[in-house]
Ligand binder design. Structure first.
Ligand code: 5GP
Ligand code: ZN
Length: 113
């Protein structure tokens, strides 16, 4: 398996695990765009939102719940944060394994200006 996120799940590529359970792991983005930039991913290899089956849908709610908890533990829940799921080229999806970005710690503008 040459998926970098599957390698992180397997412990073959080191990462600082901020949260882990039977379904998900969360770790800091290697190239943070914001003071807090955490990735929340399912352990199961799902290439993108387009590949989500109905049976996989609950994992997305689980990811949101853990992202909310991490926003609190990282101290950005009151200042505000953004959860992002990129799908495909135009969205800038680089890693073909579903991941949720938790972004915060500074004012976020760009596409929502
Ligand atoms: P995308 O653009 O696909 O939505 O986001 C992929 C993210 O994964 C990028 O923000 C990138 O910095 C991050 N990333 C890519 N490779 C690694 C890695 O090996 N370790 C970690 N922690 N993050 C990575
Ligand atoms: Zn994968």
């Amino acid at each position: 398996m040459d998926c970098i996120f599957c390698q992180i799940v397997a412990g073959e590529v080191p990462s600082q695990i901020l949260y882990q359970d039977e379904e998900l792991i969360a770790f800091p983005d290697i190239k943070p765009l914001t003071p807090t930039h955490v990735l929340i991913i399912p352990k199961k290899h799902i290439p993108s939102l387009l590949h989500l089956s109905e049976a996989d849908l609950p994992v997305i709610g689980h990811m949101v719940n853990i992202a909310n908890q991490l926003a609190k533990s990282e101290g950005i829940s009151q200042s505000g944060y953004r959860l992002v799921l990129n799908c495909g080229n135009d969205a800038g999806q680089i890693v073909p394994h579903i991941h949720m970005h938790l972004l915060g710690g500074r004012r976020l503008l760009d596409v929502f200006d």
